[in-house]
Write a protein that binds this ligand. Structure first.
Ligand code: NAP
Ligand code: HSE
Length: 431
């Protein structure tokens, strides 16, 4: 085993990268003791070398990331700059050049993870990405290693800190959506383009990574059904509260009965009594249900520079130990080959809000419409407005497939007695 220095290069010195650089200095002695050799930061690639970056020696800065990944003396490249290009090419060059790679880049992994894994395997180096999903929470390693002997059935959770922060502030303070989003950006939770957060793309990328690991099958971003929170209004949040629910952006990946996987991201109502309801601010929580282990919950800080840097450092220590031991990278485990299925095959419960004409026989027509499409009604609440002659119906269903529910909603829209299908919301979690 070599006792020489392990040389580390950083691609990116922003929210996460600056904290990785700081921890490499502040925790140098502990890291050395844990790895068995010192970790030396030898380069930091950024866009603007003239920006003040306290704690990063200016002689390490460069605006040429390709020169960094081509260096022969770099053992581990830490990628925290984000984006697909040129990042993908940079990491391919680094891996082919014999460096192990640590990345927090879920967008890249969810589209090009398989190709990067293949290059890492061919070159006998590690590709680790604990920070890419749920920030500081140790989740990917437990899925890949601790649960390697079990059979995961379902993964469900809150994996985007920005949207959870926004929904929490809307629920608890009636806060304005745009103001809270700006606050989440200031706090370093949001992506460079926060559309990725609010439209659910960031959570969908994480869901694809989780599904791939949980089910030993290839799941990419395009396999994930994705709806964000931009259409969730304060009225929706308040209506959910009146019913004893809170709205959360959930990521769900589950096996289907026909050897498939459905992976979806969307807002859903969660009962206040459910543990996910109390996951506030930028915290994340993920439930994993495995055949032998049963249900498990992983909870912690899901975003922010320092928490994310913690996960990066954990990977860094593992990769550095492997290099010292001469251990080679593992192939990606996608042997099971479960097929991604359309969201129509997913099954969950729903609330449907209807604005209907208030006259005899309306409830019967509505109920028939649900029954005709195999969707069973659990409860109905009617609020009548005598003056307008209209009624608001709140219908809660038992579990039904997304396809059947969608067909029901289409048929409801065609009924003369339905003025409007005002809202449809999924319900997850036992009450
Ligand atoms: P950030 O604050 O925007 O930092 C990006 C860094 O990369 C900056 O230092 C930037 O340089 C540099 N950079 C960008 N493009 C570059 C290029 N073409 N060449 C050289 N340098 C370049 O982003 P961040 O929040 O740290 O996130 C970085 C990555 O971590 C992303 O993949 C993100 O999804 C992931 N992540 C973030 C969090 C979080 O909470 N923030 C959590 C988990 C994962 P300048 O400083 O000169 O602009
Ligand atoms: N923008 C991401 C979030 C960062 O808000 O969760 C953590 O991956």
């Amino acid at each position: 085993m070599s006792d020489s220095v392990v040389r580390v290069a950083l691609l990116g010195g922003g929210t996460v990268g600056s904290q990785v650089a700081r921890l490499l200095t502040d925790s140098a002695e502990d890291l050395q003791a844990r790895v068995g050799a010192p970790l030396e930061l030898v380069a930091v690639a950024v866009r603007d070398v003239n920006k003040p970056r306290p704690g990063i020696p200016s002689e390490l800065l460069t605006d040429d990331p390709f020169a960094v990944v081509k260096r022969e003396d770099v053992d581990i490249v830490v990628e925290v700059m984000g984006g697909i290009e040129p990042t993908k090419e940079l990491l391919e060059v680094a891996l082919r050049n014999g460096a192990s790679v640590i990345t927090a880049n879920k967008a890249l992994l969810s589209e090009h993870g398989a190709g990067l894994h293949e290059i890492a395997f061919q070159n006998g180096v590690d590709l680790f990405y604990e920070a890419a999903v749920a920030g500081a929470i140790p989740l990917l390693r437990p899925l890949r290693e601790s649960l390697a002997g079990d059979r995961v059935q379902r993964v469900l959770g809150i994996v985007n800190g920005t949207t959870n922060y926004i929904l929490t502030k809307m629920d608890e303070e009636g806060a304005d959506y745009d103001e809270v989003l700006a606050e989440a950006q200031r706090l370093g939770y949001a992506e460079a383009d926060p559309t990725a957060d609010v439209e659910g793309h960031d959570a969908a990328a994480k869901a694809a990574i989780l599904a791939t690991l949980a089910f030993h099958s290839s799941v990419t971003l395009s396999d994930v059904h994705c709806e964000g929170i931009s259409s969730v209004t304060l009225r929706d949040v308040e209506a959910a509260r009146d019913l004893g629910f809170v709205i959360k952006l959930l990521a769900v990946a589950e096996r289907t009965s026909d050897s498939g996987i459905v992976t979806r991201v969307h807002p859903a109502m969660v009962p206040r009594s459910h543990p996910l309801a109390s996951v506030r601010d930028a915290f994340n929580a993920v439930f994993v249900e495995a055949e032998s282990a049963g249900p498990m919950m992983f909870y912690g800080r899901g975003a922010g520079g320092e928490p994310t840097a913690s996960a990066v450092l954990g990977d860094l220590v593992s990769a550095a130990r492997n290099r010292r031991a001469g251990a080679s990278g593992q192939a990606q485990s996608i042997y099971a080959g479960l097929t991604p299925r359309p969201v129509g095959q997913a099954t969950t419960r729903y609330t449907v809000n209807l604005d209907v004409v208030d006259r005899p026989g309306v409830l019967a027509q509505v109920a028939t419409c649900f029954g005709d499409h195999d969707v069973s009604i659990q409860t109905v609440r009617q609020d009548t407005d005598e003056q307008s002659g209209r009624a608001a119906l709140l219908i809660r269903t038992h579990a039904a497939s997304e396809a059947d529910l969608a067909a029901t909603v289409d048929a409801l829209r065609d009924l003369d007695i339905v003025n409007e299908v005002a809202a449809v919301m999924r319900v997850e979690g036992e009450e």
